[in-house]
Design a protein around this ligand. Structure first.
Ligand code: ADP
Length: 242
């Protein structure tokens, strides 16, 4: 993949989207039999699956916390998920993504309800096209609800990038790789409203004003994703009742 000359032509991005448009999203709930909760999400060309287990007794005992549940999060990329084969197993990038995502989920899980227990969140990237960490957080959030784990709200994640001096929502690979800045967010959404930011990262450069605009754009995208997450969960529960 080489750097495109221009990222925006006649107001449209390389894949035909407007700057404030998300990629198409597909969400399926309860896709894995053995997990307590699971979810498959496509965000554009990203394809990810999340599996949640627990709360269950934490082993070995020394990892237990007598006051609250321990949250574990493992982000993993399949070797076939990217253009060149990815070497299997953890690397610096996946350890970092797992850490920041785990910390975001620690803010929404009602941890005090389950002392000495563990909640395991596994996310597997089957196909990556930039924004895989955001797709994984969105999937994990739905999977947690599917597992019936008490949460304070939904975590909804989306990135904003800067290309040709313009802020774009939900960047795809070219925009992420060759753009001037990239800023993934995760928001805690409670009662249909964005309550706080649970994850915020950035590389590249943005002015103060751009950061303000990026937050507003990310919030708009997050609300759209949240509505789809909610819809997928509602559909699942209606089907279960039938
Ligand atoms: P995110 O997927 O959350 O945007 P990055 O910004 O680190 O995370 O990565 C952007 C994209 O670069 C990924 O979605 C993937 O398409 C590609 N990528 C990441 N790691 C690798 C790798 N080890 N080999 C090939 N491509 C990769």
């Amino acid at each position: 993949m080489s750097r495109p000359d221009k990222f925006i032509v006649d107001g449209k991005r390389l894949d035909g989207r407007l700057p404030d448009q998300l990629r198409p999203i597909k969400i399926e709930v309860d896709v894995l039999k053995r997990a307590d909760g699971s979810c498959y999400i496509e965000m554009g060309k990203n394809k990810v699956v999340a599996a949640v287990y627990g709360p269950r007794e934490a082993f070995p005992r020394h990892i237990q916390d007598p006051s609250k549940v321990v949250v574990r999060y493992r982000y993993n990329m399949a070797p076939f998920s990217v253009e060149e084969r990815k070497r299997p197993g953890p690397d610096r990038r996946s350890v970092e993504i797992s850490k920041v995502s785990k910390e975001a989920f620690e803010t929404i899980i009602m941890k005090e309800l389950f002392p000495r227990s563990v909640v395991d969140i596994f996310v597997e990237v089957l196909q990556a096209d930039a924004g895989s960490r955001t797709a994984c957080i969105n999937a994990a959030s739905v999977a947690l609800v599917d597992a019936g784990i008490p949460v304070k709200g939904m975590l909804t994640s989306v990135a904003v990038a800067k290309v040709d001096g313009t802020l774009v929502l939900d960047p795809m690979k070219e925009e992420d790789n060759f753009g001037d800045a990239d800023m993934p967010f995760a928001f805690l959404i409670r009662g249909g409203k964005i309550e706080s930011i649970a994850l915020l990262q950035m590389d590249g450069r943005m002015t103060k004003a751009e950061i303000k605009d990026a937050i507003a754009l990310a919030k708009k995208g997050a609300m759209e994703i949240y509505n789809l997450q909610r819809e997928a969960i509602m559909k699942q529960f209606v089907e279960e009742e039938e």
